[in-house]
Write a protein that binds this ligand. Sequence first.
Ligand code: SER
Length: 317
Amino acid sequence: MILVTGSSGQIGTELVPYLRERYGRNEIISSDITDPTGTQTGYIKLDVTDRESLERAIEKYKITDIFHLAGILSAKGEKDPDLAYRVNLNGTYNVLEAAKRHSIDRVIIPSTIGVFGPETPRTGVPSITVLRPRTMYGITKVAAELLAQYYFEKFGLDVRSLRYPGIISYMAEPTAGTTDYAVEIFYYAVRLKRYTCYLRRDRRLPMMYMPDALRALVDLYEAKSEQLKIRNGYNVQAYSFTPEELYGKISERINGFEIDYRPDYRDGIAATWPESIDSSDAAKEWGFKFDYDLDKTVDDMIEHISEKLGISGKHFA
Ligand code: SER
């Protein structure tokens, strides 16, 4: 039985149905901090900062594997560093410790480009590099990565991690990250044909589309343990672009779309992150690949968001 923490978040919202489809409806327990609603099945309320209830859930549901997604992203973490510390660091420690005690088979803990900092190379960053982040999010995720490696080497716990870039998706609307503009911009483009971006026009960041992000996580989960040499985090990305370049792609498809730029504190966070990262370790060791280039991503996003907002037609000039 697989436990997913943070199942209502940006990735969890789509990972849970993906896992249920792949491994069977009744094989997944989803969990998050909020009370269950009447319509959710296989969902439990679980606070990862409370180790006792985590251990009780592991026992009760006979959990064998954990996808630990509960976390506070970069922008929200700068607004509330204390919460980010408790959820990201204490929560991860609790998951690792509970996993060790209950002999969990595999623990998957996604990490992030937030682990990098201004001293990291700016482009083509390798998986093993300088990690000196300046956000609470980044600091807690570096510590989580090091803990993952420690639990693997010291206790033989099979912990696996990859560093996600910004994730673009149309299901959950993210509100807590620095890379959220790359999702938000589509809603504004489709609905209002105008968007004010909180990053500078030339702020280049690594990104990928959700279907590729989900497949990568499951490929890493299914890889043979002996293939994996890196335990604190494999870099993965599909492409890098600036807000201006993304705007260009969208306005090729939505006539009259306008953008302006009003950088805020999130641009300060993004300025400390690299422009691109090198996924070759992930490709070599467990076959990481992606299907969606930027054009395919933009087409798919516009199609699904138009449907979601009830606007029909592919090109609504
Ligand atoms: N999407 C994350 C954020 O912006 C980065 O991993 O915080």
